[in-house]
Ligand binder design. Structure first.
Ligand code: FAD
Length: 385
């Protein structure tokens, strides 16, 4: 029943992604991190090679990979820099609701146009007053005849400054709570969209995060994804996929940290021998390896469930919590093994430790994800085993 062997096609995609990461991303990762550079030329190349819209079906211009293959490729693309890796793969979360709830005509039109460019999409849920409590959003979609008028603002939007396609959640009736929220697909060139502050961040520095304002943006039924009031449900379903994606990204961060620590443990000598010969260091490397193995197994399981259309909210939330806590621990231990050298700016493990922190915060903080999985465990509804 359980088979971890890869198909020839998966091996081919993985080789391509690993080569791309080592040739295109590794040489600039530290420099882009230092300067907070938008990785434009890398995004262009990734799109040309079919590494950008990996999970989008071929009929809409994507590479049509299964979820398992997409997550394997995601781990490979995030190995050398998860900020650049996430800019490449941002469409996975941001087109999730459109793929789930859009009509054939909407997918062909909006996703078809998006995949012609490298600027991809963004997922606009969070607002200044609505972070963990996303359902408390203020951005409104007022119906006027056959039009919807969008007003409000979103914050911390990954790729918000550049995305060609915006997936926006807005409420048409706050008194209905989450049931008043609808999902809209909005092309960037729609009048009334303004980019606000572009954030200066602790980590993920080559991943562009911005504030967005919607000022009388006129939309029609063609922009509405699913039914009115279905938006929050679509956002949560897209986040199940996104959380599996983060689990793969955390695995990449951890693997890179372990590889750096292992290399150093073999090279660095103290007390007349490599530090890797001390049992205290073996124990750290062993625990790091176990956490990475488990994180990888978790994203493969959730990907397997998604490929079979099995509901996986509990598993995706649990995997995201586990893998992000694991990435934080593994990167902290990697800095410990490199010690003074690892603590300095310009050390790969120093960057990895800063990058790991975000994975415990976005796509639902780990407190919120523990609420999702804890409540799920209590209902016992969709547990696989
Ligand atoms: C770099 C970055 C990129 C992002 N990209 C996007 C994006 O592309 N699109 C998007 O929509 N959003 C994005 N976000 C937003 C992100 O999802 C939110 O930051 C996150 O959901 C938390 O919201 P908040 O920051 O307002 O924290 P708050 O909700 O204010 O939480 C503060 C603290 O309170 C805790 N807390 C809150 N409620 C509870 C509770 N019920 N029980 C226990 N603890 C609780 C939280 O866990 C946290 O520790 C991004 C954020 C960052 C930092």
């Amino acid at each position: 029943m359980i088979d971890f062997s890869l198909s020839d096609e998966q091996k081919r995609f993985l080789d391509l992604a690993r080569e791309f990461s080592s040739k295109e991303i590794r040489p600039v990762a530290l420099q882009y991190d230092r300067d907070g550079t938008y990785p434009e030329s890398i995004l262009k190349k990734a799109r040309e090679l079919g590494l950008m819209y990996t999970n989008i079906p071929c009929e809409y211009g994507g590479s049509g990979m299964t979820f398992v293959t997409h997550y394997l490729v995601t781990e490979a693309l995030n190995y050398d820099c998860c900020a650049i890796g996430q800019m490449i793969g941002i469409a996975h979360l941001s087109t999730g609701a459109i793929l789930l709830g859009g009509t054939e005509k909407q997918k062909k039109k909006f996703l078809g146009r998006m995949t012609e460019s490298y600027r991809s999409a963004c997922f606009c849920l969070t607002e200044p007053g609505a972070g963990s409590d996303a359902g408390a959003m203020n951005t409104s979609a007022q119906r006027k005849g056959d039009k919807y008028i969008l007003n409000g603002s979103k914050c911390y939007i990954t790729n918000g400054q550049h995305a060609d396609l915006l997936c926006v959640f807005a409420t048409s009736d706050r008194s209905l709570g989450t049931k008043g929220i609808s999902c809209f697909v909005v092309p960037r060139d729609t009048p009334g969209i303004r980019v606000g502050r572009v954030e200066d961040k602790m980590g993920h520095r080559a991943m562009v995060v911005a504030e967005l304002f919607f000022e009388g943006v006129e939309l029609t039924k063609e922009n509405l994804i699913g039914e009115e009031g279905q938006g929050f449900k679509l956002a949560m379903m897209a986040l199940d996929r996104g959380r599996a994606n983060i689990t793969a990204i955390c695995t990449a961060i951890g693997q890179k940290a372990l590889d750096e620590a292992t290399k150093w443990a073999k090279e660095r000598e103290q007390f007349g021998q490599p530090i890797g010969s001390f049992q205290g260091v073996h124990f750290m490397l062993a625990d790091m390896y176990a956490l990475i193995m488990a994180s990888r197994a978790m994203y493969l399981q959730v990907g397997w469930m998604l490929d079979r259309d099995i509901k996986c909210s509990i598993e995706a939330a649990a995997a995201k919590c586990f893998a992000s806590d694991a990435a934080m621990k593994v990167t902290t231990d990697a800095v410990q093994i490199l010690a003074g050298t690892g603590y300095m700016k310009g050390a790969v493990v120093e960057k990895l430790m800063r990058d790991a922190k975000l994975t415990q915060i976005f796509e639902g903080t780990n407190q919120i994800n523990r609420i999702v999985s804890g409540r799920g465990v209590l209902t016992g509804k969709s547990l696989l085993f």
